[in-house]
Design a protein around this ligand. Structure first.
Ligand SMILES: Cc1cc2nc3c(=O)[nH]c(=O)nc-3n(C[C@H](O)[C@H](O)[C@H](O)COP(=O)(O)OP(=O)(O)OC[C@H]3O[C@@H](n4cnc5c(N)ncnc54)[C@H](O)[C@@H]3O)c2cc1C
Length: 440
């Protein structure tokens, strides 16, 4: 039976200019920028558009305080964000009211000084401010700490709206999105990509964009390539509607929050790494030992239902075991309610005027981490035609539009308008990787 696109009601085509695996923000943005240039694109999504990380993020969009390789990308990325609502004809709750990161101590403040000076060389509006200025920006805050990193031009947007808006516009421009229909294999001819096998049949194509988030390593493993990607679980909550607190997106005193236009907060603990102990967690362990040592106190190792579910998916008689690229199609990712309670208590202590704060909805997402804290982007030398847009390491919502645009350029022009060499897949085999210093 032919599979029909959820968006356009069209059948799965026999051929396409490109097939994108995964309809998170990277896949949807790549589809949009390719469709805008007239390319015939098919997006395969094993579950739902933005069903994983991209619909579960907090919604911070920042250029400052990044790895220098990402900074250059985000300068262009911020320009794209500014025009996105108008281009897509959609409300994505885009605002540019600034990000404020309180320093934990004087040592972190000194680090912020160095980072802000570097960011300013790139033209990013970032500076360190004194406690008095912090209090003036956040009038209800009881403790401004030793000072903060302030980026008045940083932004925020609503994750539940952005990817669907990109997908809608891409489909208006001719892209075909198939939900509940995953990619299960790639066929080669002469060593290069020749077609993608979806759950509904084969699509001839010379270009595959892999944007499968925390499942990308499974696809790479099926191709005989080792992507040292790991998964950690991040929890977030939405609160009840509160009186106006601030339009600034805030990190500090171990929490992060932003207040949405309806008054509710997206609220979470700031640095949190819950690691569910499934078999795959041991796979790339050696790559992650240095950052594990640094983040040991913020990490929690959990033997829970995810481990049991993972084992079930491996039983040889189950569909999941026959389709390793699909594995757990739409994983249930449990929120960590101890972190939810902590975040609410800390918030109430910091903003005592905001009374009766309740987490009315809590969720978690499986975040895909790379050992050096930056994504893996661009072509793969071992398999011509395969382009990666993955490993976003907990900060890929903000990078989505620029990653989608650059990926579309690699696919259509053979090279991107910005240098992606720092992000190439081959860096791991070459041993040219640093340690992660990422802010999630
Ligand atoms: C709680 C939380 C808070 C966050 N906050 C922020 C933030 O404030 N700012 C920020 O910049 N980032 C944030 N992030 C990180 C950000 O959400 C991710 O980096 C980004 O969404 C990753 O997008 P993606 O498209 O790469 O992956 P995903 O959104 O995970 O999408 C991958 C898709 O691929 C599909 N897929 C997998 N395998 C297959 C297959 N074989 N065939 C077809 N489809 C397949 C999956 O079903 C999934 O839909 C947060 C993440 C979480 C969980």
């Amino acid at each position: 039976m032919p599979v029909v696109s959820t968006f356009t009601q069209q059948n799965m085509p026999a051929a396409a200019d490109a097939v994108i695996i995964g309809a998170g923000i990277q896949g949807c943005a790549a589809a949009y920028y390719m469709a805008r240039r007239g390319a015939k694109v098919v997006v395969l999504e094993k579950a739902r558009i933005a069903g994983q990380q991209s619909g579960r993020a907090w919604g911070f969009v920042r250029a400052m305080d990044r790895d220098p390789a990402e900074t250059r990308l985000m300068i262009e990325g911020m320009k794209l964000w500014r025009g996105l609502e108008a281009e897509l004809g959609a409300d994505i709750e885009w605002r540019q009211d600034g990000n404020l990161f309180l320093a934990r101590d004087e040592a972190e403040l000194a680090q912020f000084e160095i980072g802000a000076a570097r960011d300013r060389i790139f033209g990013i509006d970032a500076r360190v401010i004194a406690p008095k200025e912090v209090s003036a920006l956040m009038p209800g805050l009881t403790n401004p700490g030793p000072g903060a990193l302030w980026g008045p031009s940083e932004g925020q947007a609503e994750p539940r709206k952005v990817s669907p808006a990109l997908a809608r516009k891409a489909s208006e421009l001719g892209a075909l999105f198939f939900e509940g229909c995953g990619a299960i294999a790639i066929e080669r001819q002469g060593g290069a990509v020749a077609s993608v096998i979806s759950e509904a049949g084969a699509i001839r194509t010379r270009i595959v964009i892999l944007a499968a988030g925390a499942s990308s390593f499974r696809v790479m493993r099926g191709l005989g390539l080792d992507l040292p990607q790991q998964i950690a679980r991040f929890t977030c909550s939405r609160t009840n509607t509160l009186a106006p607190i601030s339009r600034i997106a805030f990190f500090g005193h171990h929490i992060g929050f932003r207040q949405r236009p309806d008054g509710s907060l997206n609220l979470a603990e700031e640095l949190q790494v819950d690691v569910d102990l499934t078999l795959d967690r041991f796979r790339a362990l050696r790559w992650f030992l240095p950052s594990l040592r640094d983040n040991w106190r913020a990490s929690t190792f959990c033997l829970n239902a995810s481990a049991w579910r993972d084992l079930q998916c491996r039983l040889p008689w189950r569909e999941e075991a026959r389709l390793p690229w699909i594995h757990d199609r739409d994983p249930v990712v449990p929120a960590n309610f101890a972190r939810v309670r902590n975040a609410v208590h800390r918030f109430e202590a910091l903003f005592p005027s905001a009374r009766g704060v309740q987490a009315v909805e809590s969720w978690a997402g499986n975040v895909d981490l790379m050992p050096d804290g930056i994504p893996v982007l661009g072509p793969v030398a071992a398999l011509p035609g395969l382009i990666l847009a993955t490993g976003m390491t907990g900060h890929g919502f903000g990078m989505g539009p620029i990653v989608g645009k650059l990926t579309s350029e690699v696919a259509l022009d053979g090279k991107p308008s910005l240098d992606l060499s720092a992000f190439r897949f081959e860096r791991y085999a070459e041993g040219r990787t640093g340690k992660s210093s990422t802010r999630y």
